[in-house]
Design a protein around this ligand. Structure first.
Ligand code: SF4
Length: 397
């Protein structure tokens, strides 16, 4: 019944805390954590800090104290996802209009939903891997080679907002050179358990910085955590790719807010791009049915399976001890607002201007959509039955 209710299979959640402790205590392993953008504005709530408070530097310190050897920001590869997905969008607009609309694919809950219920549209999904898979892939290839580390000794642990990421990490195609990109996924709540287990006073931790080379990210990489953020970030880079110029104002307000389904347009040079943003699979279904019936036309659709996007993810802190009225009205807004405020305060707000992105392309990938990018940063999708509880993969569970 759980599998029927949840197309991602994420309700068959498995705690991975003991596996992560085992890796940390193994002297032969190098254990590398990465944290999703949204975690930085949610985990503090579990330690009685204000809702949506930015706690990036305490988060990094807590992971170091737990014993992780390195701590990387998934935000860096969120920027990389935008480079690849934004290039796919421009390529389809120019060369393959029959493959429009481009459907975002960084949410594994939505991807599994599309595989089950809309297999005829899988060609429309962006083949770009999600940010945590890219970070894992680059850690075991480019980073391992650059720092002269045997990739078989690396254990990658992703701190993520949802259990669907556990499912995504276990997909057989999520490997690089024979190694699994992400070995373990911990939800925010699992990390909170680990922090409590060892008695760390999270709220009073000193600051630490992310480790090189996954340490610098743009405002665009940060807003990935909110519904509409992926699309807004992609528009910023598509503008540069199409016109050769930056958007005069990078903010794309039409993409923001908690409305479940939004349609809009954005003018890039002499092109007008039509967009749609849905959060929650019910709204995704409406958008897709609107497209299939010809009621709506759009070039790009962003879907996030959770209400509000990753800031409202199923693995985030549950605010049962807070004032219910206050929470139900505003917690997702508070978390998203913090992400937008950080974006606004950043000097670099576009993924294509992140110096780490330049470095990764220069040293390893070459250019967006190159053969190397396709090998390590892109994936494929599988049509599945319309009844997820009957498909062979779920029957094995
Ligand atoms: Fe996970 Fe929800 Fe974010 Fe999708 S929207 S990646 S299911 S937290």
């Amino acid at each position: 019944q759980c599998i029927l209710a949840c197309p991602t299979g994420s309700l068959s959640e498995k705690e991975e805390i003991s596996n992560v402790w085992r890796a940390i205590s193994d002297p032969h392993k190098i254990v590398i954590a990465q944290t999703a953008p949204s975690i930085q504005v949610t985990i503090g709530e579990s330690f009685n800090m204000p809702i949506g408070k930015l706690v990036t530097k305490q988060l990094v310190t807590s992971l170091k104290r737990l014993g992780f050897d390195k701590v990387f920001a998934t935000d860096v590869t969120a920027d990389l996802t935008i480079m690849e997905e934004g290039s796919e969008l421009v390529d389809r607009l120019v060369n393959e209009p029959e493959k429009l609309p481009l459907l975002s694919s960084c949410c594994p809950g939505w991807v599994k939903f599309a595989e089950n219920f809309y297999p005829e549209l899988l060609d429309h999904l962006s083949s770009t891997k999600s940010p945590h898979e890219m970070c894992g892939a680059l850690t075991k290839t480019w980073y391992a080679k650059k720092y002269n580390i045997d990739p078989s000794k690396i254990v990658t642990v992703a701190i993520m907002p949802c259990t669907a990421k556990k499912y995504e990490a276990s997909r057989p195609e999520m490997t690089s050179d024979g190694f699994r990109n992400v070995d373990h996924v911990l939800t925010t709540r699992e990390l909170v358990k680990m922090i409590r287990e060892v008695g760390i006073d999270f709220a009073n931790l000193p600051d630490s910085e992310y480790d090189e080379p996954f340490d610098q990210f743009s405002g665009a990489g940060m807003i990935f955590g909110a519904t509409g953020g992926v699309l807004e970030a992609a528009v910023r880079s598509a503008h540069r790719l199409i016109t050769g110029e930056e958007m005069s104002i990078p903010d794309y307000e039409e993409a923001r807010g908690q409305s479940g389904l939004k349609y809009g347009t954005v003018k890039i040079g002499d092109k007008t791009i039509t967009i749609a943003i849905a959060h929650g699979t019910k709204n995704a279904r409406i958008a897709i049915e609107d497209f299939k019936s010809g009621k709506k036309k759009f070039d790009y659709l962003e879907v996030m399976a959770c209400p509000g996007g990753c800031v409202g993810g199923g693995g985030q802190p549950i605010l049962a001890n807070r004032d219910y009225k206050y929470i139900s009205l505003s917690y997702r807004h508070n978390r998203a607002d913090t992400l937008y405020n950080i974006d606004k305060s950043k000097i670099i707000r576009q993924s294509h201007n992140n110096p780490r992105i330049h470095q990764i392309y220069k040293e390893f990938l070459g250019k967006p959509l190159s053969d190397v990018s396709h090998k390590y940063l892109h994936t494929t999708f599988t049509p599945r039955g319309k009844y997820p509880y009957l498909d062979s993969e779920n029957q094995k569970k």
